[in-house]
Design a protein around this ligand. Structure first.
Ligand SMILES: [Ca+2]
Ligand SMILES: [Ca+2]
Length: 313
C-alpha cells in the first residue's frame, strides 16, 4: 500500500469515528415538562445538547491526537486542520481547534523543579518580551524577574506579597506555578493588553522544549540572537511545504545562513531543547444546536491521553 492511499484510508476512518462520536453526543433523552414554557424548554434543550456536542468535540480532538503516532508534530497534520462549523445534523454544527502549546514558551518552566531559574528560557523570554512588547532590555528584565518572583516559593524580591498586598484589592504572590495563562495579568507589569499581545507566543502549561514546527516567528527569533526575522521567515516558508522531522533538516535551507549552527546547538541543549514533536495541546470547541451555543476548552498531554482540565468558556 502506498503512503498516500494509507493516509487517505486513515483520514476516512477518522472522519467516520468523528461523526459517530459526535452523533452519540447528540443522542440524549430530553423529557421536557409540559408545565414549562415550550420556548424556554427548547432553549434549554438546545444549550444542553450543544454542551454535550462541544464535549464530544473535545473527545474527537483527543482522538485525533491519539491517532497521530509519527515522529513529528506539525499543523499540516490531521490534528492541526481542525473543523470549522462542520455540520453533524440538520440543526447542529461543531468547530474544533487544536493548538500545540509546545510551540509556545511555557511560563511555568522558568522555574526548574529544583527551584533554580532555567537560564536558557530566561534569555528567550527577555528577547520575546522586548520584541513583542516593544520595550527595552531593562524593562524586559524587570518583567522576567517579576514572573520569577510570582513563581518562586520565597517572598524575597521586589514583586512579592509585600507589593501585591498594597494593591486594591490586595492579594498575595502565588509563589507557585500559574494555573491558567490569564493569571499572568496578576503579575506586576503584565497588564491585560500586554498579556493579550503575548498570548500567541506564551502559555502557562507546556513542556520545557519548543517545537520548531509550530513556534511563531517571534518565538523562533527568541531562541537565539543569531536568528533574525529573515531566518525565522525562511524556517516558516520551509515548514509550510515540508514538516520538519529533525532539526538537521534545516541544514542548508536558503536564507538561514548563520542561524543554523545556533538552531543545531539548541536541539541538543540540556534545558529547553528545540524539538520537532509536542506533548501539550489545547483543544477548543464550539457547538451550535439551533439557537444554543456552548464553548469548551481542554488542556491535554498526548502521552497517556491525560486531561488536565476541561472548562466552559
Ligand atoms: Ca505528528
Ligand atoms: Ca515568590
Amino acid at each position: 500500500m502506498t503512503g498516500a492511499v494509507h493516509n487517505e484510508r486513515g483520514m476516512v476512518l477518522l472522519l467516520v469515528l468523528l461523526i459517530v462520536a459526535l452523533l452519540t453526543a447528540l443522542v440524549i433523552d430530553f423529557s421536557a415538562s409540559t408545565l414549562v414554557d415550550l420556548r424556554l424548554a427548547e432553549t434549554h434543550r438546545d444549550s444542553t445538547q450543544a454542551y454535550y456536542l462541544a464535549k464530544g468535540g473535545i473527545n474527537v480532538g483527543r482522538m485525533l491526537l491519539q491517532e497521530d503516532r509519527n515522529n513529528f508534530d506539525a499543523r499540516s497534520e490531521m490534528w492541526g486542520q481542525g473543523l470549522d462549523e462542520y455540520p453533524v445534523d440538520d440543526n447542529a454544527a461543531i468547530t474544533i481547534k487544536i493548538d500545540d502549546l509546545d510551540g509556545r514558551i511555557a511560563c511555568n518552566r522558568l522555574m526548574m523543579t529544583n527551584n533554580n531559574i532555567d537560564v536558557e528560557l530566561k534569555q528567550r523570554l527577555l528577547r520575546l518580551f522586548q520584541r513583542v512588547l516593544d520595550i527595552s532590555a531593562d524593562e524586559a528584565l524587570e518583567l522576567v524577574n517579576n514572573l520569577r518572583d510570582w513563581l518562586d516559593p520565597d517572598d524575597d524580591g521586589d514583586a512579592e506579597s509585600n507589593y501585591y498586598l498594597r494593591l486594591e484589592p490586595p492579594y498575595r504572590a502565588k509563589n507557585g506555578a500559574l494555573d491558567t495563562f490569564n493569571e499572568l495579568v496578576m503579575v506586576k507589569g503584565f497588564d491585560a493588553p500586554r498579556v493579550a499581545r503575548l498570548e500567541p507566543h506564551l502559555s502557562a502549561f507546556g513542556g520545557p522544549g519548543t517545537n520548531i514546527n509550530t513556534a511563531s516567528a517571534e518565538v523562533i527569533q527568541a531562541l537565539a540572537e543569531e536568528i533574525d526575522q529573515a531566518a525565522a521567515e525562511a524556517i516558516i516558508d520551509y515548514r509550510t511545504s515540508t514538516p520538519i522531522k529533525a532539526i538537521k533538516d534545516l541544514e542548508g535551507v536558503a536564507g538561514l545562513n548563520d542561524a543554523y549552527p545556533a538552531l543545531s546547538t539548541k536541539a541538543t541543549a540540556l534545558t529547553a531543547p528545540l524539538t520537532v514533536k509536542s506533548e501539550h495541546y489545547r483543544i477548543r470547541t464550539a457547538a451550535y444546536v439551533n439557537e444554543g451555543t456552548r464553548r469548551l476548552e481542554a488542556l491535554v498531554t498526548k502521552t497517556g491521553n491525560q486531561l488536565h482540565y476541561l472548562k466552559i468558556l
